[in-house]
Every structure is written in C-alpha cells, then in structure tokens.
Design a protein around this ligand. Structure first.
Ligand code: NAP
Length: 252
C-alpha cells in the first residue's frame, strides 16, 4: 500500500455485489479490505481482486462481536484509518430457506426474525460503530454506504409486491432509519462523515435465487454503492442521509 492511499472496508466483499463494489473501489485507487466469514473465501477473492489493485482480507462475522473487534483492530494496526465503509453483508432469508419463499408476518418465528435482524441490523450497527474511531482518524473525512433494498421502503411499490419478504424488509427499513439518525448525528457534530443507504437493485450471480430475480450482473447493482462511497466528505453539498438506487432517490 502506498503512503496516503485511502482505505475501504467492504463487508462480504468476497462475492456477488460485495466483490463488484470492492473492484470498483480498487479501480478508484483505494486499498480495499474485504471481509468474509471464511478465511479461505476471503483469500481466494483477494487473489482475484489483486488484478485490479491493492486488496487484503479480514475475517468478520456480523453476529460475532469478537470477529468485528479483531477485524477493525487489524485495519487499525495496518492502516490507522478507514476512509470508506460499505455495509454490504446481509441475509435475505432465514437459514435453510430460499429467497422467494413466503414470509407472512403471522407465520414467522422469533428465531427467524432474530436471525435476520442479528446480521442485517444489529451486525451492521456493530460494524459501523466499531469502525467509527478509524473513520474519524481519516484526514479527508469518511463515507459509509449501507446496502439496503427498496423492499425496506415503506412506500415504494415493491415493498409489498410478490412473495412477502417480511423479516428482510423490516430489517432494511431499520437500516434506513438508522442511516438517517447517523447522518443527523454526524451533521450536528460537524463531522465530515457521510452516510447513505442504497438499493443495488435486483442483480445476482447466485444460482439459487428464484426465477425473475436475476435481471443483471452484480456490477450493475454495485454502481450506486460505489458512487455513494466515492462522495467527497469535505464537500459541504455532498448528500448524507439519503436513500437511492441507480435511477435516483428511493422513497422512504
Ligand atoms: N442482489 C440483489 O438483487 C439485491 C437487491 C437489493 C439489495 N441487496 C443487498 O445488497 C447486499 C448484497 O447482496 P447480494 O445479493 O450480493 O447478497 P448475497 O449473494 O446473498 O451475499 C450476502 C453476503 O452476506 C454474507 N453474510 C451473511 N450473513 C453474514 C454474517 N453473519 N456475517 C458476515 N457475512 C454474512 C454472506 O456470506 P457467506 O458467503 O459467508 O454466506 C454473503 O457473502 C445485501 O445487503 C442485500 O440485502 C441485494
């Protein structure tokens, strides 16, 4: 890594959208740290990402506080700062289920709901808060991008369309709300940290998604996350506390 090179962390950057987001940030000359639950998967992805720039991997499980602390400590030890955090890792469905299965709220178990919220909401908050000291140490300010979904919108037509996605949608709505609260906290404190939430849209390489789900390559979905990650935190007119997709603002 060269002196002064900016550093980004992309959670679950080893595959799918996260991998494409990592590629985009490498192309923007960041050193990109990807996280993965499996050290082997993380290292395998780094070997591919090295074709695009300077990358490394940490092990991080959103539901294991010790792995979050160790990952952030490793970034601190090596770089002493963090310029971009992309909260990409999440679970679409409870374990053993496929996206598209019915998740009527009346049929949900506490365990299913807790599983989704543990990763998609509590884990995202834990990673964000653990990274904040390193982001505050960044001389040029920092950006945070939360990968949400229009399924987390209270009013976008898709949120009640198709098969119910209740736990996932609720977790993403919570992420959207938290994004606004963080944005206000940073703004009120005069901190140069931008935080925005995005919907990467319906793209995947994962073969187990239902028919109709696959409409594009992950690089298309990654574009909005990369765009918001590359905002200039020192630009007083840069957006923070927004929710957008490739077409522009998404209704809350
Ligand atoms: N794909 C879409 O069309 C779409 C649409 C709207 C929003 N999004 C959002 O965009 C993001 C990426 O989507 P995707 O389709 O690329 O997702 P994906 O293929 O389902 O991958 C999700 C990643 O999250 C990781 N993950 C799950 N639980 C974790 C945990 N407890 N700790 C650490 N990592 C964990 C998984 O790791 P493992 O590899 O170890 O299982 C996996 O790599 C998600 O936040 C998703 O909600 C996607």
């Amino acid at each position: 890594m060269s002196t002064g090179q900016k550093v980004a962390l992309v959670t679950a950057g080893h595959k799918s959208l996260g991998f494409e987001i990592a590629k985009g940030l490498l192309e923007a000359s960041f050193h990109v740290v990807i996280s993965a639950r499996s050290p082997e998967a993380g290292q395998a992805a780094v070997e591919q990402l090295k074709a695009f720039g300077s990358a490394s991997a940490v092990v991080l499980d959103l539901t294991q506080a010790d792995t979050i602390a160790a990952a952030v400590q490793a970034i601190k030890d090596q770089f002493g700062r963090l310029d971009v955090l992309v909260n990409n890792a999440a679970n679409p469905v409870p374990p053993g289920e496929k996206p598209g299965q019915t998740h009527l709220p009346s049929q949900l178990t506490h365990e299913e709901l807790q599983f989704i919220f543990n990763s998609n909401f509590f884990g995202l908050i834990a990673v964000t808060n653990a990274c904040l000291p390193l982001m505050r140490a960044s001389p040029g300010g920092a950006t945070i991008v939360n990968c949400s979904s229009s399924r987390g919108s209270l009013t976008a037509p898709i949120h009640l369309a198709g098969k119910p996605y209740a736990p996932y949608s609720c977790s993403k709505a919570a992420v959207n709300m938290a994004t606004q609260h963080y944005a206000k906290e940073f703004r009120d404190a005069g901190e140069h940290i931008l935080i925005n939430t995005v919907c990467p849209a319906y793209v995947t390489l994962t073969p187990d998604k239902p028919p109709g789900y696959v409409v594009g390559h992950p690089s298309e979905g990654a574009a909005i996350a990369i765009k918001m990650a590359l905002l200039d935190p020192l630009d007083g007119s840069a957006p923070s506390g927004t929710f957008s997709d490739k077409s522009g603002p998404v209704s809350w």
